[in-house]
Design a protein around this ligand. Structure first.
Ligand code: C2E
Ligand code: MG
Ligand code: MG
Length: 626
C-alpha cells in the first residue's frame, strides 16, 4: 500500500500549480490518514524571517466545519519542545509525550475540541514529525498523529519521510514560480504592477457577466520632464518612486496600481462605479497626491493630472478603456494639469446609459431582473451574525450586473424610487420571513436602505406597516437605513416620518454617518437607534490617525446619545482590531464577507457565527496547534 501511496502523491504533485496547491495539500494529508490508519495529519510551513510556523493544511476537517486553524501561527520562541524541533530539525522524529508534559495536555485538548473525542479515549498520543527540507533549510513539517500509543513501523516512517520531501519540493517549486510571476508582473523601479499585469486584470474585469462599470484612472505626473532635464535622472527616479509609494497608499491595497512607464500610472479601483463616482474618486486622488517637497535643494510642488474613464463588461475592450482614459488625461493636461478630466466619450456614454436605464427600469421592477444580495453584520467579539443588510442589484440585459449606485439615482430622478423601494422591501421581508419559517435568523435584524425620495413619499409609513404585517414580522427586527443626505433634505417631514415609523415599531439607522455634518445638530431630536460609520473613515483605520480621531468622536457621540454603532467597510484586520479596541463592536465589510445571494446568506445565518481567522492570526498565537 505504501509504495502505491508515494507514487500517487508524486504524480499528483507534479501537476499541482499555485492555484491548486491548497486543495492538493489537503488531499495528500487525507490519503496519508487513510493509508496509514492514523487520526490526523498536519502540514506546517516555516517563516524564518519572523520565526513562526504556520499551519497550511490539516485533515480531517473540524467537526463544526470552521477553518480558523488554517491561519494559526505558532512562534518558535514559545517553549513548546516540538516547535523548537520544527524550526531547524533535519530528522524525522517520533514524539510520545507523557501525561506529565505540557504538550500532552495540549494534544488532548486539541483532539477533544476538533474531533469531539472523549478525553478518556485518548490515552496517550503519538506523533511522527518529518521535516520539509529544501536547499538545506527546514521549510516546514509534515506531522502524522495517532491519538493513542503507536509503534510506528519503519515502512510507515519511510512513507512519511518521502511524502515530506515531495511536499518540500512542491513548496520550493511553487515559491520559485510565484517569484518569477511576481517579477514578470511588476515594474522594476517602483514595484507597482506593470502594463502586462494591468491588461490581464482589466481583461478579467471587463469579461462578459462581470459587474460594471469598471473605473480606470490614468495618472500622469506634471513636469517630470523638467525634473529630469534640470536635476538629472537619479532625482527623477527618486521622484517617481516617492510618488509611486504615495499612490499605492492613497489608492488603497484593494485597487490595482500599475506603472505603464515614464510618468504614467493607472489605478483600477476594485469596485464598480458610475462615471460620476469615478470622477469624484479621480479628483480626490488628484488632491491627495499634491505635495510640496525638496529635491536637489529645490522646493517643488508635485501635481498630477488624472484621466477618468469607465468600461462596461462584455462591451468594451481593455484597449478601448485605456485609450479613453489616456485621452482624458491629455485634456486635463491641456487645461493646465493638476486636475481630473473625464473622457468625453464616457460623458456621452453616460447620457446614453441614463436614458437606457430610465427606459428599462420601469419594466424591470416587475420582472425578475432585480435581485437582492445580503451583507452580514457581525459582532466582532463573538463572531455572531447580528444583522443582514439587503442590497439591490439589477441584471441588465446589455450592461450586465449593475450595482445600485449606477441606477438608484436614475430611478429617483425618473420618479421610480418609490416603486423600486417597495419592491426591495417586499422582496427582502418575504425572504426574511421564509428564513425564519425554517428556523433561521430568529435573533437578527434585517436592514433595508431607504432612498431620500422614498422616505418623504406619501404613504411610505403605511406601506412599511402593511408589509411587515403581511409577512408576520415584528417591527423591531426591521431597521430602515436612511442617509444623512436624506435627513437634512427636508428635516421637518423627515422628523414626522421617523416618528410615525417608530410607532410602527421599526428601528432607524443613519447610514454613511460622518459624511454630512448637518445631521449632528438634529441627532438629539430624531428618533434614531443606530449610526453606521461611513466606509471612508473605516477603510484606513489602523494606519490613519485622522480617521481614528473621527471614529473615536463618533463612538463618543453614540455613547452620549445611547445609540448602537456599526462600522461599515471593514477591509483589514487592523481596522477590525482598532474598532474593537475603541469600543465599536459591530461591523460589516469585505474582511468579514462580501454581499451574498439569498441562499448563501440563509446558510450563513443557519451556522450563526462567522469564522474570524484574522483574530487568531493577529494574536500570533503562541500555542502549538498539534
Ligand atoms: P450602503 O447602504 O452604505 O451599503 C454598503 C455598501 O458598501 C454596499 O455597496 C456594500 O457592498 C459595500 N461594502 C461593504 N463592505 C465593503 C468593504 O469592505 N469595502 C468596500 N469598498 N465596500 C463595501 P453596494 O451594494 O454597491 O451599495 C451601495 C449603496 O447603494 C448602499 O450603500 C446604499 O446606500 C445603496 N443601496 C443599496 N441597496 C439599496 C436599496 O435597496 N435601496 C436604496 N435606496 N439604496 C440602496
Ligand atoms: Mg446601508
Ligand atoms: Mg453606508
Amino acid at each position: 500500500m505504501s509504495r502505491n501511496l508515494v507514487a500517487r502523491v508524486a504524480t499528483r504533485l507534479m501537476e499541482t500549480t499555485a492555484s491548486t496547491v491548497a486543495a492538493v495539500n489537503e488531499q495528500v494529508l487525507a490519503e496519508l490518514v487513510e493509508d496509514l490508519d492514523i487520526d490526523a495529519a498536519f502540514l506546517r510551513h516555516n517563516d524564518h524571517k519572523v520565526r513562526v510556523s504556520k499551519l497550511v493544511a490539516f485533515w480531517p476537517p473540524r467537526r463544526d466545519g470552521s477553518v480558523p486553524d488554517w491561519l494559526t501561527v505558532a512562534h518558535f520562541s514559545s517553549a513548546d519542545p516540538i516547535l523548537s524541533l520544527c524550526e531547524n530539525g533535519k530528522k524525522l522524529t517520533v514524539v510520545r509525550p507523557e501525561p506529565s508534559e505540557p504538550t500532552y495536555a495540549r494534544w488532548v485538548a486539541g483532539a477533544q475540541e476538533r474531533w469531539g473525542l472523549d478525553a478518556a479515549k485518548i490515552p496517550s498520543p503519538s506523533a511522527a514529525a518529518a521535516p520539509l527540507i529544501s536547499g538545506g533549510v527546514t521549510t516546514g513539517q509534515l506531522i502524522c498523529m495517532k491519538f493513542r500509543r503507536k509503534k510506528w513501523r519503519t515502512d510507515e516512517l519511510n512513507v512519511i519521510q518521502t511524502v515530506a520531501s515531495l511536499l518540500a519540493q512542491l513548496q520550493a517549486r511553487i515559491t520559485a514560480e510565484e517569484k518569477l510571476r511576481n517579477l514578470a508582473e511588476h515594474d522594476d523601479l517602483t514595484g507597482l504592477h506593470n502594463r502586462r499585469a494591468l491588461i490581464a486584470h482589466l481583461s478579467e474585469r471587463l469579461a462578459p457577466g462581470r459587474p460594471g462599470p469598471v473605473p480606470v484612472l490614468y495618472l500622469d505626473l506634471d513636469r517630470l520632464k523638467s525634473i529630469n532635464d534640470y536635476l538629472g535622472h537619479t532625482a527623477g527616479d527618486w521622484f517617481i518612486r516617492t510618488f509611486a509609494e504615495q499612490l499605492r497608499l492613497k489608492a488603497g491595497a484593494k485597487s490595482l496600481t500599475a506603472r505603464l512607464g515614464g510618468d504614467e500610472f493607472v489605478v483600477v479601483p476594485d469596485r464598480s462605479m458610475s462615471i460620476e463616482t469615478a470622477q469624484k474618486t479621480g479628483e480626490e486622488l488628484c488632491t491627495a497626491l499634491r505635495d510640496r517637497m525638496t529635491l536637489g535643494g529645490h522646493m517643488i510642488t508635485r501635481t498630477v493630472s488624472v484621466g477618468v474613464a469607465v468600461g462596461m463588461p462584455g462591451r468594451d475592450t481593455t484597449s478601448d478603456v485605456l485609450h479613453r482614459a489616456d485621452e482624458a488625461v491629455l485634456s486635463a493636461k491641456r487645461a493646465g494639469g493638476n486636475s481630473a478630466a473625464v473622457s468625453s466619450d464616457d460623458m456621452s456614454l453616460q447620457r446614453l446609459f441614463r436614458n437606457d436605464i430610465e427606459l428599462h427600469l420601469s419594466g424591470e421592477i416587475d420582472n425578475d431582473a432585480l435581485l437582492l444580495h445580503y451583507l452580514p453584520e457581525v459582532d466582532l467579539w463573538t463572531g455572531a451574525i447580528v444583522a443582514t443588510e439587503a442590497l439591490v442589484r439589477w441584471r441588465h440585459p446589455t450592461w450586465g450586473l449593475l450595482l445600485p449606485e449606477s441606477f438608484i439615482g436614475v430611478a429617483e430622478s425618473a420618479n421610480l424610487g418609490g416603486d423600486l423601494g417597495k419592491w426591495v422591501m417586499r422582496k427582502a421581508i418575504a425572504e426574511f420571513s421564509r428564513w425564519r419559517s425554517r428556523g433561521v435568523g430568529q435573533n437578527i435584524t434585517l436592514r433595508l436602505n431607504v432612498s431620500p425620495g422614498q422616505l418623504i413619499s406619501r404613504g411610505f409609513v403605511s406601506s412599511v406597516a402593511e408589509t411587515i404585517d403581511e409577512f408576520g414580522i415584528d417591527g423591531g427586527s426591521i431597521c430602515l437605513e436612511i442617509t444623512e443626505r436624506a435627513v437634512v433634505r427636508d428635516i421637518d417631514t423627515t422628523r414626522k416620518t421617523l416618528e410615525a415609523l417608530k410607532e410602527v415599531g421599526v428601528q432607524i439607522a443613519i447610514d454613511d454617518f460622518g459624511t454630512g455634518y448637518a445631521v449632528l445638530s438634529h441627532l438629539k431630536s430624531l428618533p434614531v437607534d443606530t449610526l453606521k460609520i461611513d466606509t471612508s473613515f473605516v477603510r484606513d483605520l489602523g494606519t490613519s490617525s485622522r480617521d481614528l480621531a473621527i471614529v473615536r468622536a463618533i463612538i463618543g457621540l453614540a455613547e452620549a446619545f445611547d445609540l448602537q454603532l456599526v462600522a461599515e467597510g471593514v477591509e483589514t484586520p487592523a481596522a477590525a482590531l482598532t474598532l474593537m479596541r475603541h469600543g465599536c463592536h459591530r461591523a460589516q465589510g469585505y474582511l468579514l464577507s462580501r454581499p451574498l445571494p439569498g441562499n448563501a446568506m440563509e446558510s450563513l445565518l443557519s451556522s450563526r457565527w462567522m469564522p474570524m481567522p484574522f483574530l487568531a492570526d493577529s494574536q500570533a498565537l503562541t500555542s502549538s496547534t498539534i
